[in-house]
Design a protein around this ligand. Sequence first.
Ligand SMILES: [Mg+2]
Ligand SMILES: [Zn+2]
Length: 178
Amino acid sequence: MKKALFLDRDGIINFDHGYVSKIEDFDFNDGIFELLKLFLKYDYQLFIVTNQSGIGRGYYTQNDFEVLTAWMIGEFKKHNIEIQSVHHCNHAPETKCYCRKPETGMIDEILAEHSIDLQRSWMIGDKQSDIDLAHNAKISHTIAIGKREITNATLSFKTILECKRYLEENQDIISYEI
Ligand SMILES: [Mg+2]
Ligand SMILES: [Zn+2]
């Protein structure tokens, strides 16, 4: 069984400017490439799970999202970072679907295709719904990023850069070598 790092997108991979749907508005977070490489060093598989209600709300299209996602995956490849898959919920909140975080539909999809050790896996997000998703899906460890009040996270940092620096200094936390 493999370890996994489940990643929120907006606010984690890229700065959250609000309903980001265009390449020119997609700014990678400072330190995100280095942070993901640290997890890759310890053989984690990387999955992105992202609520994209902007599609359901009609702010941008499914195609806009797919074009941006293909570009993003290409940018990661330039840094030798392989993303296993990107999962998104395109529903508006009132749809009451099973994929909008903190519901577990996106994680269920991933677990149907990959053998993952959830007890050695991590979720990183910037909203309570990301951390609640981890609890609902039984992903054991969580990292909350940003200035929002978030409860029940294993670790919390103001920025991705701060998180990266901490884990570089404390690699045993994710290596499970102790
Ligand atoms: Mg987010
Ligand atoms: Zn959904």
